[in-house]
Structures are given as structure tokens and as C-alpha cells.
Design a binder for this molecule. Structure first.
Ligand code: IMP
Ligand code: MG
Length: 205
């Protein structure tokens, strides 16, 4: 379990120009509405990068990112980290169907050595907390100096495991979201925004 020692300060509401974006025409059949626009994502991730740069200055930073949902978030986050760092990936998949998570399976192990290093664990969304809890167990056994966690989205209302992230992009309500790396049945990862899928899409995929 991670303790929220280094939480990002309370967020100010996004400037009005970042709010509400119409669903682009090509996604209108699938996406009900945009929850977080691409401009708002960029604005918030820039803040997270600044915070992380400050907190890890002078450390031997190893960013460990969970595949596959973090690809877009990770790229935007680390391009603004003004720090020397190493990057590695853990593959983990919950082989569930649709919006219901199944059993957790590790599909790729870390390649780089994290022993004695400062690890920043990056995931797309903290939902029940099962994934983060399992991955933290695995990483901690490898003897890092410390581990901090960073997630783009947090759905605290769904939590089962007592885990919190140190850096959170956005806290969201209990909605199934897609886009910006997040998928439904492996689709929609390429949307440049975070959107809420139309309920009828769950049944037909
Ligand atoms: P947890 O183990 O329940 O915390 O869930 C973590 C994983 O479930 C995430 O890494 C996602 O892959 C997936 N997940 C949870 N909520 C959503 C969602 O709203 N949209 C897409 N994927 C989700
Ligand atoms: Mg995932």
C-alpha cells in the first residue's frame, strides 16, 4: 500500500477555455461525450511533470510504466520531465471482458534493475486498486530505494484495495471511460481525449 506522502497540491478548476469539447464527428457513433478534452489533458499533465521534476531532482529516477494503457499519457508526461531518467515497462493485463476486469496476468517483466533506485510507477487509471497493489508488491521485492505512483485518472469510488496514488491527473466519477490510451475491448486507445462510451456500445462489441 502506498501512503499519500507527496500529493500534488489541490487542483484549481481548469480555465473555461479547456472545458467542454464536442465529440469529433468520426467518434460520434461510439462516444457519448468528452469527459476530459485534449487541451485539458495537456494542461494538467504539464503540471504533473513540473511537480515530478521538482520531487525527483538529483535522484536516480526509473520510470516504470504499465502496458498498454499508459502509452499516450507516458509519452506526454516524460517529454516534460527535465531529469535524467531510465524507462522500463511491466506488462499486465486483466483478462476480463468488456468493462469487467478479470484475473491479472503479467505479460512482460522489468528488464532494467531497479535496486536502490527511485521508481515512479505510472498507470492509466486507478480503479479497484488491484492492479496497482499487485504491481507494487512485485516492484518492492526488487529492492528499489523508494516507489512513488502516478496515474492519469483516479476512480476512488470503486476502490477495493487500500491504495492511493502519489500523483493524480484527474479524479473522475464512476464512469467507464475510453481514449488517450484507455480501451474498451482493445479499441479506442487512440482517441486524443478521454470520453465516455455510449452504453449501447458495451453490448455490441
Ligand atoms: P484496477 O486494477 O481495478 O485498479 O484497474 C486498473 C485497470 O483496469 C486499468 O489499468 C485499466 O486497464 C482498467 N480500467 C479500469 N477502469 C477503466 C475505465 O474506465 N476504462 C478503461 N479501462 C479501465
Ligand atoms: Mg491498463
Amino acid at each position: 500500500m502506498t501512503l499519500p506522502r507527496r500529493r500534488v497540491p489541490a487542483r484549481q478548476p481548469a480555465p473555461a477555455r479547456f472545458r467542454s469539447q464536442a465529440v469529433p464527428r468520426e467518434w460520434r457513433a461510439d462516444v457519448d461525450h468528452v469527459l476530459i478534452s485534449s487541451r485539458r489533458l495537456a494542461w494538467r499533465i504539464r503540471q504533473l511533470s513540473t511537480e515530478i521534476t521538482r520531487d525527483f531532482a538529483g535522484r536516480d529516477l526509473m520510470v516504470v510504466s504499465l502496458l498498454n494503457g499508459t502509452v499516450l499519457f507516458l509519452a506526454d508526461l516524460i517529454r516534460h520531465l527535465s531529469l535524467p531518467l531510465r524507462l522500463d515497462f511491466i506488462g499486465v493485463s486483466s483478462y476480463g471482458t468488456g468493462t469487467v476486469a478479470g484475473e491479472l496476468v503479467f505479460t512482460k517483466a522489468l528488464r532494467l534493475d531497479v535496486k536502490g533506485r527511485d521508481v515512479l510507477l505510472v498507470d492509466d487509471i486507478l480503479d479497484t486498486g488491484r492492479t496497482m497493489t499487485r504491481v507494487l508488491e512485485v516492484v518492492r521485492k526488487l529492492g528499489p530505494r523508494r516507489v512513488r505512483t502516478c496515474v492519469l485518472l483516479d476512480k476512488p469510488s470503486r476502490r477495493i484495495e487500500p491504495v492511493q496514488a502519489d500523483y493524480v491527473g484527474f479524479t473522475i466519477p464512476d464512469l467507464f471511460v475510453v481514449g488517450y490510451g484507455l480501451d474498451y475491448a482493445e479499441r479506442f486507445r487512440n482517441l486524443p481525449f478521454v470520453g465516455v462510451l455510449k452504453p449501447e456500445r458495451y453490448a455490441s462489441s
